[in-house]
Design a protein around this ligand. Structure first.
Ligand SMILES: [Ca+2]
Ligand SMILES: [Ca+2]
Length: 174
């Protein structure tokens, strides 16, 4: 005579449990559930970064956007994000003048105006541009005064015009 034994594993779901995750998204489990995990009973969800699981009786196992901007600066959103703007699944920043958005869109970094074009990115009359945060300052050739009172430095002074002659550059001074 032979005996058949059935192993009972306590981790095995009960026979009454339905695996919603094997079903259809939006029908058997919530449309907004990113990664369905079967539970006994019911199911839960793993959510993508930027979302959190919201389990209410109305909406079981759905993923909702985290509003990082109502959180703590330097913890929920970057310290260098001047003005946090919430997005679905993410956030971005608006930056003060003289700053630009970092490549990941989550912080503001100083613009190096001196890497740019004279007369476009920094003053035409700025002889030697030095980046600052924010803005830039200027060092000036002899005969000019440095005006670094603003974030955009400049060279001013009695010798404000120049002219090329056969002998080279001459300064026309007022
Ligand atoms: Ca968000
Ligand atoms: Ca700068």
């Amino acid at each position: 005579m032979c005996w058949a034994y059935t192993r009972v594993n306590s981790a095995t779901p009960s026979s009454t449990d339905v695996n919603e995750c094997n079903g259809e998204r939006g029908v058997d489990y919530n449309q907004d559930c990113h990664h369905c995990i079967n539970e006994d009973p019911g199911y839960s969800c793993n959510c993508d970064e930027g979302y959190k699981e919201e389990n209410t009786t109305e909406a079981t196992g759905n993923c909702v956007d985290i509003d990082e901007c109502i959180g703590v600066r330097g913890f929920d959103y970057e310290d260098d994000c001047h003005k946090c703007i919430n997005q679905i699944g993410n956030y971005t920043c608006s930056c003060k003048k003289g700053y630009e958005l970092s490549s990941n869109g989550k912080s503001c970094i100083d613009v190096n105006e001196c890497d740019g074009v004279r007369g476009v990115d920094y003053n035409q009359d700025c002889h030697h541009c030095f980046n600052a945060e924010p803005g830039y300052t200027c060092k000036c050739d002899a005969g000019y005064d440095e005006d670094n009172s603003k974030t955009k430095g400049n060279c001013v002074g009695q010798c404000s015009k120049s002219q090329f002659t056969e002998d080279g550059l001459i300064l026309i001074c007022r």
